[in-house]
Write a protein that binds this ligand. Structure first.
Ligand code: PHB
Length: 468
């Protein structure tokens, strides 16, 4: 049985931003987290000047914070913009893992979505609001779709009504958005506490709210009963000693060192370590106890951690640090900066492809600016047996080298593997044959494929990332 309360809610009120931080809180950590929250609220990208405006921080401060985050791999700076980068997803993953609900109940939510052919989500309370921790999307007619990490107002959503009013079944009749209807039911732990709400979400073009409630109540409640048995039978993972969270090779400059250290604290938590004491956090991160303690005071003030007995536990509000925009992505988007870097490095056209029937379809391409560059646009379909990407995708070649798809062209491709080790895409270089250096290209492709796969793996641990 699951003995620990699975969902620590962030403190209800007042909202942390309106109370003064305690004297021991770490100001640079507060500012760094503020930058991450603003980038998250802006769906992942903001111009640095705009980031300074919305956060009220000095431009020089924003620049320093973003430079640190860029060095840590959590943000990418390009030109005037700062963009959240996949490695930051490790923070959300620590939270989702420690929460255990997505891992335990996600498969049943997926099955319910398949059975009903409707979207299904799991949400937990976050103060007076609700935050999604699992999403299975089947949204044809909706203009917006929420992702893991997104926040909805408690009073204006079906899960919020379940938590706030203690309802056994709540209906959202276009409270969140015109056309969107949802029905939510609470899931209880063995002690009878509501730990999350399961929602079935549809559109008025398919169901009225009342009609949806009638149509799905029975399978929804049956699925919730199955989820409750999973919780009753779940064995807490054996407690494990603190895991070492190493510092980045090069510590950033002093001004924002506390931000780098603070983020390391969050990734010390996981399913086997949902509660950590100060001593364990200090041990895991290699930080002095006094340093770790002040960071924890800061997180507690912001509602990212709560005390639990002698230790600390992450709250779902940790998902406000990048999760939703990073989970709203696709493999071509994850790969884009890596393709640009590779194309720049080798001076040739590089691209991604996925299988498409008997063909392969190009899903991304970056070509150097040159008069005679290869012209294979995104969406182009080529016969699988005529291209190196096709050999990778159809025959598992690694690397594959072919001449073609046009006269005078040579193409070298390598696979990109998902978390389960399946080939999900092929990365290729395609160039005029006389410029070809297949061995050097294959080495560069392997390096880039490994970087893309690392970003894909951290992103897709709890959310599904489409290959195209
Ligand atoms: C959703 O999962 O997107 C969702 C769930 C419940 C709502 C609204 C949206 O009330």
């Amino acid at each position: 049985m699951l003995e620990v309360p699975t969902v620590p809610t962030a403190p209800t009120a007042p909202s942390p931003s309106v109370t003064d931080p305690p004297a021991e809180a770490v100001a640079p950590l507060i500012r760094g987290l503020d930058v991450l929250r603003h980038l998250t609220d802006a769906d992942g990208t903001l111009a640095l000047a705009e980031l300074a405006r919305v956060s009220g921080l000095a431009r020089a401060t924003v620049d320093r914070i973003c430079a640190t985050l860029d060095r840590l791999g959590h943000v990418r700076l390009d030109g005037r913009d700062a963009t959240l980068a996949p490695p930051l997803m490790a923070v959300a993953n620590a939270c989702l893992d420690a929460l255990r609900l997505p891992g335990l109940l996600g498969p049943l939510a997926d099955r319910l979505a398949d059975d009903l052919d409707e979207s299904v989500s799991l949400a937990v309370p976050d103060g007076p609001d609700i935050r999604f921790v699992h999403q299975v999307l089947r949204r044809r007619a909706l203009s917006i779709s929420f992702r893991v990490g997104d926040l909805l107002p408690g009073e204006g959503s079906a899960p919020g009504l379940v938590f706030g009013r203690g309802l056994p079944l709540a209906v959202d009749d276009q409270l969140v958005e015109p056309g969107l209807v949802a029905v939510a039911v609470p899931v209880r732990d063995p002690a009878g506490r509501v730990v999350c709400a399961v929602s079935v979400v549809s559109h008025t073009s398919r169901h009225t709210a009342a009609d949806l409630a009638g149509a799905v109540a029975e399978p929804l409640v049956a699925s919730v009963r199955a989820m409750e048995s999973v919780l009753a039978e779940a064995v807490p993972p054996a407690a494990e000693p603190p895991r070492r969270v190493p510092a980045a090779e090069e510590e950033p400059p002093a001004v924002v060192r506390s931000l780098a250290r603070g983020l390391r604290i969050l990734t010390a938590f996981d399913a086997a370590r949902p509660v950590l004491t100060l001593a364990q956090i200090a041990e895991a991160t290699g930080l002095a106890r006094a340093t770790a303690r002040r960071a924890l005071i800061t997180y507690e003030h912001l509602g990212h951690v709560v005390r639990d007995g002698r230790g600390y536990r992450l709250t779902p509000r940790v998902l406000a640090l990048g999760c939703a925009p990073l989970s709203r992505t696709t493999l071509p988007r994850i790969a884009a900066p890596h393709l640009a870097a590779l194309s720049e490095r080798i001076g040739e056209s590089v691209g991604l492809s996925v299988p498409d029937g008997e063909s392969v379809r190009c899903t991304a391409r970056v070509a150097p600016r040159r008069v005679m560059s290869v012209d294979i646009g995104v969406g182009t379909r080529l016969p699988a047996d005529a291209t190196a990407a096709g050999r990778v995708l159809a025959d598992g070649a690694d690397p594959a080298v072919t001449d073609g798809p046009e006269d005078g062209l040579r193409s070298v491709a390598v696979p990109i593997l998902d978390r389960a080790g399946r080939v999900v895409s092929a990365l290729d270089v395609t160039a005029h044959r006389r410029r070809g250096e297949p061995d050097a290209w294959a080495a560069a492709l392997h390096e880039t494929a490994a970087r893309i796969a690392a970003d894909l793996h951290v992103t897709s641990r709890f959310v599904s990332v489409p290959a195209h």
